[in-house]
Design a protein around this ligand. Sequence first.
Ligand code: PMP
Length: 430
Amino acid sequence: GSIDNFMELNVSELNEHYVRLKEKYDEYKSQNLNLDMSRGKPCSEQLDLSRDMLDILKSDEDYRAKDGTDYLNYGGLDGIPEAKELFSQVLEVSTKEIIIGGNSSLNMMHDTIARAMLHGVYGGESPWGKLPVVKFLCPSPGYDRHFAICELFNIEMITVDMLSTGPDMDTIEKLVSEDDSIKGIWCVPKYSNPDGITYSDQTVDRLAQMNTKASDFRIFWDDAYTVHHLTEKADQLKNIFAACKSAGNPHRVLMYSSTSKITFPGSGIAMMAASEENLNFFRKQLSIQTIGPDKLNQLRHVRFLKDMDNLKVHMEKHAAIIKPKFSMVLNKLESELGRKNIASWNEPKGGYFISLNTLNGCARDVINMAAEVGVKLTKAGATYPYGKDPRDRNIRIAPTLPSIEELEKAIEVLCLCVQLVSIEKILSEK
Ligand code: PMP
């Protein structure tokens, strides 16, 4: 008969399904699979798209700036003008409002927080680390490495739910207006990690305008996936910096991005955009930390990516490679789990992840069960502060790295595990 809705099956029907699905699962056990859907890494075909960048600088002329500066030597603290020119367009800021750094935006975010703890932020009254308690708002599910930074610095994390429009603004507005120990919020505003949500214009405006009890409150705006579209109709994200300026809060937002998933992860270039006052404050500290970033890698990136039009074409090539992987995962989820009422998931229009929610209390068991047959998923709870998913239901799927064939197997295993664990759960509650 039809097995559309697991919730409507009786005990013996559920048991029948369980036995049938368990047999399939056991078959996979014998295959000694070794599949990894745990981290959002590009696949080798994607990396090949940027190979030509590696030897793009050849003659002496290629190492020189427009103004004659020799990029083979020391000089330049905050990024080469050519890179500021290109990436200020990506982040929709002026060339005075951007710093181009090293190979990692996460590194820049970490250092921003470390400096805020030690020295405070521009216009702030006290180093955050001198205060009895510092708290951050963490829209969740979110990016585990953001949360890890808070844990390292003993910043208390407050979980805020993600809605289809972005983080739950009613809750955020209330919290920040009442508690001056809340100093910041982590945001992945476009094609969010892992939900693939782009914040609505209203969410952006409310973040820019809200009254914060802490005068030195900062929005960490991690626009990591800003040009990483999967469809032709790209999501539009409202410019929060402009919104903050209009709201009279020009220093509230610190924006970050990188080319990690444009060129080479780990060997790309990272950037930070903010008010000139914020950046001048950072530059002083930066000048103690380093003589300057890797200008040659910045130059390679500019020569290779060229301009916004060419960047768009380059990103379309990425999309052409990974879109079939996303489609395959989504089709499989639909054919295996659709209408059974045991899971829900997003259909991202960009970014690197598909976020799957199981019945409450099932995600950890599903992830363990998949691991037992060699299918590795992001750790249970990883998408929540302190690694604790309060509903134990979120599973982050990263489809880009495996081949289509591997992915198909991995998702089949995942869907079997979701069904098996769900049946156990439903039976235990009958
Ligand atoms: N932010 C988000 C939201 C990410 O998913 C990632 C992983 N690519 C990063 C930052 C890390 O970026 P980077 O390589 O620039 O440190």
